[in-house]
Design a protein around this ligand. Structure first.
Ligand code: AMP
Ligand code: ZN
Length: 114
């Protein structure tokens, strides 16, 4: 828990969200500003600023986050495909400094991204 962190407040229940998925290491909930018909955030319960801050002992956590993202995609009926995005740092477009995976789908995502 990092005081002042928006996603820590969501993880602890201070800010209520619609839970899409939860397990021992993460929660998933809808993005408030969806970029596609389906847009869900997978957020670890542990406060880590970004992917740039993970250490070797976080590899199990990272695997669980990816598996959770796939479970979210199943629950959101994204059988035709989806995109995982992990914005990292200011130039990577990260605005909330608590590691999170975007699970985006429901339309063709296009490549390269804008
Ligand atoms: P990023 O820009 O990768 O750091 O992503 C942060 C995401 O959090 C953005 O897509 C926002 O729309 C989303 N977001 C911000 N506040 C909330 C909130 N209260 N509930 C759900 N999603 C949020
Ligand atoms: Zn946090």
């Amino acid at each position: 828990m990092s005081s002042g962190c928006l996603f820590c407040k969501i993880v602890t229940g201070m800010i209520p969200v619609e839970l899409v998925y939860e397990d021992d290491v993460c929660i998933a909930f809808p993005d408030i500003n969806p970029q596609a018909p389906s847009h869900t955030l997978v957020v670890p319960k542990e406060h880590l600023e970004s992917l740039a801050d993970v250490a070797p002992d976080h590899t199990e956590l990272l695997g669980k986050l990816m598996a959770a993202a796939n479970e979210v995609a199943k629950r959101k009926n994204l059988a035709r495909g989806y995109r995982i995005v992990v914005n990292t740092g200011a130039q990577g477009g990260q605005t909330v400094m608590h590691l999170h995976l975007h699970v985006i789908g429901g339309r063709h995502m296009g490549w390269p991204p804008g």
